[in-house]
Design a protein around this ligand. Structure first.
Ligand code: NAP
Length: 250
């Protein structure tokens, strides 16, 4: 498959899904700017593949995100595809609610995306083309146990992706939403609960790549978990609360 993009920018590219996708794109001939906080990991990654360029940043720092975008456009000419993937997962029970963790989750998972779309949209709009992928999660479909910090941040991502897809299509900008189920990455390595239908990160990255290349709106996988989570989403609240309440009791 020939990649439909010449250049890409991936946030959260130092490990996990972002790293796998960056490598996949680079192998397909795409020049990829890879961002995350750990400059060292990014440097090593960039050294391993000539199409990768390390652009360290913290996505919560709006000025740094804007500066990184300017630098990438300066070097690449344009960003054809942006994958806004940086994220944190803080398992948190409502009985151990911690505002700092909730605020940090929102700052990285949602406002990190906000900071990037803020600089991407004007450029893509004037070019009349471009693709932006927002990485959410199936955890954003419904509030579930342990996800008091994480789920609201991902629900916000899903909502933003819907609005952007609707309003940017007429400007030639394709907006995609990536909603993974469980994937083996450093993020999930801390989980002590069962993770049904968990995927390897290279498999997940290949699914994301294919969906993005087709310009799909929602790229959600694996279908088994997505089906279950979507069923919870459309279920009447009384039934949902009864089923999810049993999960919370464990
Ligand atoms: N793995 C799963 O099962 C799963 C399921 C659903 C959704 N997701 C989503 O997929 C995305 C990737 O997750 P992953 O599983 O690949 O996790 P991961 O391996 O922990 O990767 C997270 C990435 O985000 C970066 N990051 C974190 N905070 C950042 C910040 N403030 N500024 C810039 N970069 C930051 C990390 O790098 P630094 O620490 O170097 O900054 C790392 O590169 C996340 O949005 C996650 O919520 C994952």
């Amino acid at each position: 498959m020939t990649a439909p993009w010449r250049t890409a920018w991936i946030t959260g590219g130092s490990t996990g899904l972002g790293r796998e996708l960056a490598l996949r794109l680079a192998r397909e001939g795409v020049r990829v700017a890879v961002s995350a906080r750990s400059a060292e990991k990014l440097g090593e990654l960039a050294e391993s593949q000539p199409n990768l360029v390390a652009v360290p940043l913290d996505v919560t720092d709006r000025a740094a995100v804007a500066e990184a975008h300017r630098r990438i456009v300066g070097e690449f000419g344009s960003v054809d595809l942006a994958v806004l993937n940086a994220g944190v997962w803080h398992p948190m029970k409502a009985t151990e609610y911690d505002a700092d963790r909730a605020v940090q989750s929102m700052a990285v998972n949602y406002f990190g995306i906000v900071n990037a779309v803020d600089v991407l949209i004007p450029d893509m709009k004037s070019a009349g083309r471009g693709q932006i992928a927002l990485v959410g999660s199936v955890a954003g479909y419904r509030g579930l146990p342990m996800a008091a910090a994480y789920a609201p941040s991902k629900a916000a991502v899903i909502s933003l992706a819907e609005v952007l897809r609707l309003e940017l299509a007429s400007h030639g900008i394709v907006v995609s939403l990536v909603n993974p189920g469980f994937v083996e990455t450093p993020m999930t390595s801390v989980n002590e609960f069962p993770m049904p239908f968990i995927l390897k990160s290279d498999d997940a990255a290949a699914r994301i790549y294919r969906g993005l290349a087709r310009g799909k709106f929602e790229i959600a996988f694996p279908w088994q978990l997505v089906g279950l989570m979507k069923a919870l989403r459309v279920m009447p609240n009384a039934l949902f609360l009864r089923i999810a309440g049993r999960m919370a009791a464990h």
